[in-house]
Design a protein around this ligand. Structure first.
Ligand SMILES: [Cu+2]
Length: 139
């Protein structure tokens, strides 16, 4: 009986180890349309990312990634690189400037057209590198 318990404990430890490589997380990413969806998902599929699925309705990006190959910060940076704002991680004005005209998700008129309210990141935030609650965590 003891050896059975030991075997089960060993098996579950192996099982947990095998799974712990994959992280599942959800990021809020601002965008408007199907073009944004393609752009965001293509950007997020960097090496080590197994699944990247953005919803136009909820603005949530579901991610499954191999945490031994890539981390969340790298995925966020890749999304910023193509001009999209991630909650608490806005793209720079330069990055945003490359966004296609009909995808200008910071433009209040475009937002209204797509039935959206306030943007995830306010214009004033874009030049600030560390938001207050984040800089504390990095220390
Ligand atoms: Cu778009």
């Amino acid at each position: 009986m003891k050896s059975l318990v030991f075997t089960l404990a060993l098996l579950s430890a192996i099982g947990l180890n095998g799974q712990s490589k994959y992280n599942t997380t959800t990021l809020e990413v601002d965008g408007l349309c199907g073009m944004c969806e393609e752009r965001i998902e293509n950007a997020a599929y960097i090496q080590g990312v197994k699944k990247a699925d953005w919803s136009q309705e909820t603005h949530l990006l579901e991610l499954i990634y191999n945490s031994s190959k890539v981390d969340e910060a790298a995925i966020i940076a890749a999304i910023n690189e193509v001009g999209h704002d991630v909650k608490n991680h806005p793209a720079t004005d330069e990055q945003y400037a490359n966004i296609h005209g009909c995808c200008r998700f910071r433009d209040p008129d475009q937002r209204a057209k797509h039935g959206l309210g306030d943007p995830l990141c306010k214009p004033g935030e874009t030049s600030v590198k560390d938001s207050s609650d984040e800089s504390e965590q990095q220390l």
